[in-house]
Design a protein around this ligand. Structure first.
Ligand SMILES: Nc1nc2c(c(=O)[nH]1)N[C@H]1C(S)=C(S)[C@@H](COP(=O)(O)OP(=O)(O)OC[C@H]3O[C@@H](n4cnc5c(=O)[nH]c(N)nc54)[C@H](O)[C@@H]3O)O[C@H]1N2
Ligand SMILES: Nc1nc2c(c(=O)[nH]1)N[C@H]1C(S)=C(S)[C@@H](COP(=O)(O)OP(=O)(O)OC[C@H]3O[C@@H](n4cnc5c(=O)[nH]c(N)nc54)[C@H](O)[C@@H]3O)O[C@H]1N2
Ligand SMILES: [Mo]
Length: 781
């Protein structure tokens, strides 16, 4: 009889039972209470022990040769000479853990002595895996803070522009803002109209950072439709949620939402549909904004006709929508994608202003929300609770970068940049340490990143698979997946607590990030500080005890650790009341002011205006992006590329697994294109095309689809970067060879991926092979 065992676990995309037979992973079955489980999990079954797993430490050949020589003569000749040109193309040499740890600690020591801690970059953005303890970034930051600190990164790729501007507008931290979104039950019971900029991308609600217990978003959308709520999708794309909700589709040119909303605002103002009492009592700066709206300040009234020319939407549609919105209990939603573009700050701010003009903020089913369905957690009814996390210690280094500015930092040390009212300089980075993220997936303009990665002396990476990041490193340390270690899955947007059992032994000699940093910290004499003398089991018990303490303070109980571990998934924190964004403020703005300078919602922000940024003025403003469907560049590159999230994986994770691979076309990532644009270019389903602009090109397989409007193509992110030539040509379909690496504005400096124009043609030459799923060249010395 095979020995079949089933154990609970959790991923960002759900809670599951992992099944093993004779200690091999054979199945992944969803948690029985999850009625809408995600199939992303299937991708782990055939990738967990595939030939791309990194099984032992590896060091790039040229680097190893130099550093071995230095180590041998370390008393006489520490030159610090590190050749970098072959990064990304060199052979790799397997080494023992002992030697790898010796080399890492030698290099860290050398750089700390010579250049100080600010020359370490451990901003290391990325989603890593679910689990409170083995969270790669937390481990990395704790490790570096134990060693005197590092240059860090701030904000996210997800919503940098929004998370920087919104605190100026509504005062709340972004975390608090997202936590207190009006919940789906409240929307279902009270809303009449949902006006959605960027729709509700249901494919995205398969995940929540830290994990999902039960997927609920689809059910909520269905029940809202059944209740008779009217949905309007203003987007370049129509997706599953729009079909389920029977949404009307208003096709908008990407990047023009602010102009569209100004057109709506113009009608509200000129037809006296504005809630004046709300604006007086709860907002500041409407008058200044209104001067802009009516054209007093710039000579251009933002009429529906004006908006129509920019957005491509008929003026009467804009007019009708304004009327409808003013008559109904209206929830306005904005996708995060709206602000992942140049001047991305404007659209989310303008959504807030529009909601202020309607005066329904703080009322049941009214107001606005940003990111519904971007993750299952947004608006998921749950009693929010602050859970304990691994202590990361204080970072003594004050240098930081806005996260998406990583290439600029590496390429231009010492150069000045602005961020949220401050003027800063890029530090001179000598060592980059990445754990739990993949910049060769997430960074705009990959050719530039390849160049940037050639700047520092050393690049160290903890990775699971031989993806493009591992191949661009000097030292590659093999990390375990979450199925090869014990952990605890808890997240504040979800009611399910998951014990995450170790299911199989680590593949090869891979180690958890905790074990890796414990080993290095022993060499650096910071082991006690880093580990506090606890092993994995002791840490889990310690964190669980902290969770129990915080639970009892919040008046609920958690079982003792051993029972929790044995009993499996637990449901906690069911909500006692519905959440409405800014409800307390609405009820009593004098006693519950919001923490903006005025205590009110800032339609005009003096703080932002005083920063004097042309690219982010003091109130929401229509600013024309360098690349959009109305720009002169469309003569050369007439299509706008939306590189959104993939439905069948999380970013680049599990792209080597079957769940991602089965959708590839001739091995290439699929690109969606409207029939008109396909016919014009003589393209058919299944053709391989070259997508190109002045920055780069990539190949992809054609899907003709009426989900995308004419003028738009949709190529998901996450195909493992498989470069040819100088790095600007990806034969597999990574859209980030095409995207521009510019900040959203001087304010947030966020990523601007969606502001990208391209052209497409059939690829008629011999297809270059995909090589990223073959092992890199590994030699034995
Ligand atoms: N063009 C374009 N680009 C984009 C976006 C876009 O819309 N368009 N979206 C952006 C957004 S919103 C985001 S959030 C980013 C996402 O970018 P990332 O978060 O960097 O992408 P992931 O593929 O999730 O990378 C996670 C990496 O961690 C590794 N990993 C997983 N678990 C562990 C672990 O326990 N230990 C270690 N050491 N490693 C582990 C995985 O193998 C994987 O390589 O991409 C951004 N990039
Ligand atoms: N399956 C899966 N789910 C994920 C992820 C994943 O990798 N896989 N990643 C997660 C992460 S890290 C994040 S940050 C979220 C991201 O969540 P989002 O940023 O919301 O997701 P996107 O898929 O980039 O875009 C959502 C929609 O916005 C539309 N859109 C793009 N530009 C514009 C515009 O200018 N105007 C209008 N009106 N609409 C526009 C797109 O057509 C798309 O339909 O998703 C999360 N969910
Ligand atoms: Mo994200």
């Amino acid at each position: 009889m095979p020995n079949k065992i089933k154990k609970p676990t959790a991923f960002h995309w759900g809670s599951y039972y992992a099944e093993t037979e004779n200690e091999k992973l054979v199945g992944i079955k969803p948690y029985e209470k999850d009625r809408d489980p995600s199939s992303i999990a299937n991708g782990i079954l055939d990738s967990i022990d595939d030939e791309l797993r990194i099984k032992v430490p590896h060091i790039r050949k040229g680097y190893l040769k130099e550093i071995r020589k230095e180590l041998a003569n370390s008393k006489t000749s520490i030159t610090g000479k590190r050749s970098r040109e072959k990064r990304g193309s060199d052979n790799f040499v397997p080494v023992s853990w002992e030697e790898a740890i010796d080399i890492v600690s030698f290099e860290m020591n050398r750089i700390k002595k010579k250049y100080k801690n600010k020359s370490f970059y451990a901003g290391s953005y990325g989603w890593a895996s679910a689990g409170r303890f083995h969270h790669a970034q937390s481990q990395l930051h704790r490790f570096f803070n134990s060693y005197g600190g590092y240059t860090k990164s701030v904000n996210t790729y997800s919503y940098a522009a929004s998370e920087t501007i919104m605190p100026h507008v509504i005062g709340l931290s972004y975390r608090k803002f997202l936590d207190t979104h009006t919940d789906w039950n409240n929307i279902k019971d009270n809303s009449e109209l949902m006006v959605m900029f960027g729709g509700l991308p249901l494919k995205n609600s398969q995940v929540t950072s830290g994990g999902v217990g039960k997927h609920t978003t689809k059910e909520f959308i269905k029940s809202c439709e059944k209740k008779g709520i009217k949905f309007i999708n203003i987007s370049p794309m129509e997706m599953e949620a729009d079909i389920i909700s029977k949404a009307d589709w208003i096709k908008i040119r990407p990047g023009t939402d602010t102009a569209f909303m100004l057109g709506v605002a113009f009608i509200l103002e000129t037809e006296s549909l504005v809630d004046k009492d709300f604006l007086n009592k709860y907002c500041t700066g409407y008058k200044i904004f209104c001067n802009y709206l009516k054209g007093t300040t710039d000579g251009k009234a933002k009429t529906p006709f004006w908006a129509s020319k920019i957005t491509g939407i008929p003026s009467n549609t804009i007019y009708d929508l304004a009327k409808q919105m003013s008559k109904k209990r209206t929830m306005i939603t904005g996708a995060w994608a709206l602000q992942r573009q140049q001047y991305g700050e404007q659209s989310h701010w303008m959504i807030t202003v529009l909601a202020c003009m309607l005066g329904q903020i703080g009322l049941p089913g009214g107001g606005f929300g940003l990111g519904y369905s971007a993750e299952n957690g947004i608006g998921n009814p749950v009693n929010y609770h602050k859970w304990p996390a691994l202590e990361q210690f204080q970072n003594p280094v004050s240098d930081f970068i806005p996260v998406a500015r990583v290439s600029d930092m590496l390429l231009e040390p010492g150069k000045g940049f602005t961020y949220n009212g401050t003027e800063l300089k890029y530090p001179d980075i000598k060592l980059v340490y990445w754990a739990g993220g993949n910049p060769f997936h997430h960074q705009m303009n990959l050719k530039k990143l390849v160049k940037a990665f050639k700047q520092p002396d050393s690049i160290i990476v903890n990775e699971i698979w031989w993806n493009s990041l591992a191949r661009h490193a000097d030292i590659v340390l093999p990390a375990t997946t979450s199925l090869e270690r014990n952990d605890i899955g808890i997240r504040h947007w979800d009611q399910t607590i998951s014990p995450m059992h170790k299911v199989i032994e680590p593949i090869g000699e891979s180690k958890s990030d905790y074990e890796i940093f414990s080993a290095i910290s022993a060499k650096l004499n910071i082991n006690e500080k880093f580990t506090e003398n606890r092993n994995e089991d002791q840490w889990l018990r310690h964190l669980w005890e902290e969770a129990r303490d915080s639970a009892s303070q919040a008046d609920f109980n958690l079982q003792e650790f051993d029972k929790f571990w044995k009993n499996g998934f637990q449901e906690v924190l069911s909500p006692t009341k519905q959440t409405i964004l800014l409800e307390e403020f609405r009820k009593d703005p004098i006693n519950n002011p919001i923490p903006t300078p005025s205590g009110k919602i800032e339609i005009f922000s003096k703080t932002v205006a005083d920063f004097n940024y042309d690219d982010c003025p003091g109130h929401p403003t229509w600013l024309e992006q360098d690349e959009w469907l109305g720009s002169a560049l469309t003569k050369q590159f007439p299509l706008q590329l939306i590189s959104g999230q993939p439905h069948n994986r999380l970013h680049s994770q599990l792209d080597n697994g079957s769940e991602s691979q089965k959708f590839k076309i001739n091995g290439r990532e699929p690109i969606k294109i409207n029939i008109k644009d396909a016919n014009f270019r003589n393209l058919n389903n299944g053709d391989i095309v070259e997508i190109f602009n002045k920055r780069g090109k990539c190949l992809a397989g054609v899907i003709i689809s009426n989900e995308v409007m004419p003028g738009i193509v949709f190529l998901p992110v996450g195909a493992w970067y498989d470069p040819l030539d100088d790095g600007s040509f990806c034969v597999h379909g990574n859209p980030n060879v095409l995207t521009e690496d510019i900040g959203t504005s001087s304010l947030a400096q966020g990523p601007s991926a969606h502001s990208t124009l391209v052209e497409i043609k059939k690829f008629t030459k011999e297809l270059p092979p995909i090589t990223i799923f073959d092992k890199p060249n590994i030699i034995n010395k």
